[in-house]
Write a protein that binds this ligand. Structure first.
Ligand SMILES: Cc1cc2nc3c(=O)[nH]c(=O)nc-3n(C[C@H](O)[C@H](O)[C@H](O)COP(=O)(O)O)c2cc1C
Length: 332
């Protein structure tokens, strides 16, 4: 399958693995890229630019396919040294960067001067248009379903993707709620040229996270995520657990007066405890509604091959079948 996204990034399949804190290490990025998708190392999970340089080198040892680095511009407790991270990316020979959070505008000249293609993750049409206007090469359109930060507009992908298709000239991938061939074909039908998956890629053999995390995703249903930090205008979709319930109680008590300090214990420093130690109730960690569609823990190659084979069946048999007048058939 060829799209503007496979052409732009030099990949075989239009499937991207979004940056994920404490998940997007070299092992996962290399596995996704070797399987023909685009793997992405999460820049800020590496605590210093020097560590990111090492992680890029480690990934390069594991795959000869293209892979990217995610740079997230979110409100954090301390501002990271972004120019130094960009230097590590440039010197590591990376040609694809996924940006997310605040606009990457001030860093675009440095990224473009290094010949880097930038795909910015946006949760709205207006931010996607802004990304296009500042020279981003592509957009990852992240719907309300997504794990992580869905923004504050709450527009699901059934609406957001066709709206993005109406407005954008640069290519975009669908992100949020993407799990399988059905997601990919639907996304293509709505104007996207590929898809970006986060949560689904955590439940793979190569994702270097504790097995408890993968089992929790297999067990979870689409009803098990919660939105937190709305009052801070930094909404995040996370998997429900006892500590998230406690956090939501605090949010209810504080109402509009909520401050980040009030929920510090439930959100700060949680990722290593969950992803490395497997303490599933340590606090709030990002997870998409798509957990309801995750039933197994395949390798990245098995997952991507299955998606591409099933997508072909859906298009050639189910959809063409409708046009040919055959009755509805379940093919994937
Ligand atoms: C555990 C986890 C951590 C994430 N961390 C980041 C991050 O650090 N930066 C970022 O841009 N997106 C992050 N995301 C969002 C993903 O890159 C992706 O946009 C999102 O997961 C897509 O929605 P899905 O989970 O429904 O596939 C994270 C998602 C998850 C599930």
């Amino acid at each position: 399958m060829k799209t503007r996204i496979t052409d732009m990034f030099g990949i075989e399949h239009p499937i991207i693995q979004g940056g994920m804190h404490y998940v997007g290490f070299a092992e996962l990025a290399a596995a996704v890229s070797s399987a023909g998708g685009l793997g992405i190392i999460t820049g800020l999970t590496q605590r210093t630019p020097e560590l990111l340089a090492k992680e890029i080198a480690r990934c390069r040892d594991m795959t000869d396919k293209p892979f990217g680095v995610n740079l997230t511009f979110l409100p954090t407790f301390a501002t990271p040294p972004y120019p130094e991270y960009i230097a590590a990316i440039r010197e590591g020979g990376i040609k694809i960067v996924e940006t997310a959070g605040r606009s990457p505008e001030q860093y675009m000249p440095a990224l473009k001067a290094a010949g880097i293609k930038v795909i910015h993750k946006c949760t709205s049409v207006r931010h996607s248009l802004k990304a296009e206007s500042i020279g981003c090469d592509a957009v990852s359109v992240d719907g309300f379903e997504c794990g992580g930060h869905p923004g504050e507009d709450d527009i699901p992908n059934m609406i957001l993707l066709p709206r993005a298709a109406e407005e954008l000239k640069i290519p975009f991938v669908a992100s949020g709620g993407m799990a399988d061939a059905r997601s990919l074909v639907a996304a293509l039908a709505m104007g996207a040229e590929g898809m970006n998956m986060g949560t689904r890629f955590i439940a793979t053999k190569e994702a270097p996270v504790h097995d408890n995390v993968k089992q929790a995703l297999v067990k979870a249903s689409e009803l098990d995520t919660r939105l937190i930090m709305r009052a801070l205008r930094n909404t995040e979709r996370v998997l429900r657990n006892d500590n998230v319930d406690r956090l939501l109680e605090i949010e209810r008590e504080k109402g509009r007066n909520l401050k980040i300090e009030d929920i510090h214990d439930q959100v700060a420093g949680i990722y290593p405890k969950v992803m490395i130690e497997g303490d599933m109730s340590a606090g709030a960690w990002s997870c998409g509604m798509v957990a309801g569609l995750i039933r197994d823990i395949p390798t990245c190659k098995e997952l991507i091959d299955r998606i591409m084979a099933d997508a072909e069946k859906i298009i050639r048999q189910r959809l063409e079948g409708f046009l040919a007048g055959s009755p509805s058939r379940k093919v994937a």
